[in-house]
Design a protein around this ligand. Structure first.
Ligand code: PGA
Length: 258
């Protein structure tokens, strides 16, 4: 079994003091579970450094929600992977909100991916179909396009630090998670596509699910063979919910080992 990864995407929530207080609570409550899975929080950029310091020496890792591809220069409002290197562990790239609200293209995501790996960051690359694409039966086509464009030129060595988050856009923030069976099937497709680029390595790469993950549906999702963890949005903002999601995942890990 691949080691699961649970990531909390805080999106644009919390002030700096609130985020810091929350991170310290997670540090206290989640540390025991780190033996079973990898834990990541993705705070807004403005509090990333503060939270990385607060979690230093603790198994919970921090990641940025977005970064550009240049190292430095006249790019007002942007942060670079070079600025994150050495203290920030993960970078989320290609979230559907970035694609839809900020117009990010597959080609730009490829540049971001290359830059992130150049600076030694671990990457969570998000892919997923919109409701319209889902309803018109274009899921396979969309995922294939998103992955092949983003992964163009990515080496086997870099791919060891890559996790794919499959997030059907229609499931994000809607309370309507994909069924475990549908998610598992689509994530199997993701793995098949990864094998085209990375051959045998694909079997050990993590593919995680995102979209209305809650304490109530975590177990049934995590029991699926292709689901290696979760990217959690709304439920990651409430300590009790996030902790329960982590607990449920750890229980599935333990039961699979028996
Ligand atoms: P959600 O968000 O859990 O609130 O659906 C997931 C995400 O956007 O990563």
């Amino acid at each position: 079994m691949r080691r699961p990864l649970i990531a909390g995407n805080w999106k644009m929530h919390f002030t700096v003091p609130e985020g810091l207080e929350y991170a310290l609570r997670l540090r206290h409550d989640l540390e025991p579970y780190a033996a079973h899975l990898d834990l990541v929080v993705l705070p807004p950029a403005v509090m990333l450094w503060e939270i990385a310091n607060a979690l230093r020496g603790c198994p919970i890792k921090v990641g940025a929600q977005n970064a550009g591809w240049e190292d430095q220069g006249p790019f007002t409002g942007e942060i670079s992977p070079k600025m994150l290197a050495g203290w920030c562990d993960y970078l989320l790239i290609g979230h559907s909100e970035r694609r839809q609200l900020f117009g990010e293209t597959d080609e730009e995501l490829n540049r971001k991916l290359q830059a992130a790996f150049r600076h030694g960051l671990k990457v969570i690359l998000a892919v997923g179909e919109t409701l319209e694409e889902y309803e018109t039966g274009r899921t396979v086509e969309v995922i294939t396009r998103q992955l092949s464009a983003a992964l163009y030129g990515i080496t086997l060595t870099a791919a060891t630090d890559l996790t794919i988050a499959y997030e059907p856009v229609w499931a994000i923030g809607t309370g309507k998670a994909a069924t475990p069976q549908y998610a598992n099937q689509t994530m199997g497709l993701v793995r098949t596509l990864l094998a085209r680029s990375f051959a045998d390595l694909a079997a050990s790469m993590r593919v995680i699910y995102g979209g209305s993950v809650t304490p109530a549906n975590t177990r049934s999702l995590m029991e699926q063979p292709e689901i290696d963890g979760a990217l959690v949005g709304g439920a990651s903002l409430k300590a009790a919910d996030f902790i329960q999601i982590v607990q449920a995942t750890a229980e599935v890990v333990r039961s699979k080992r028996v």
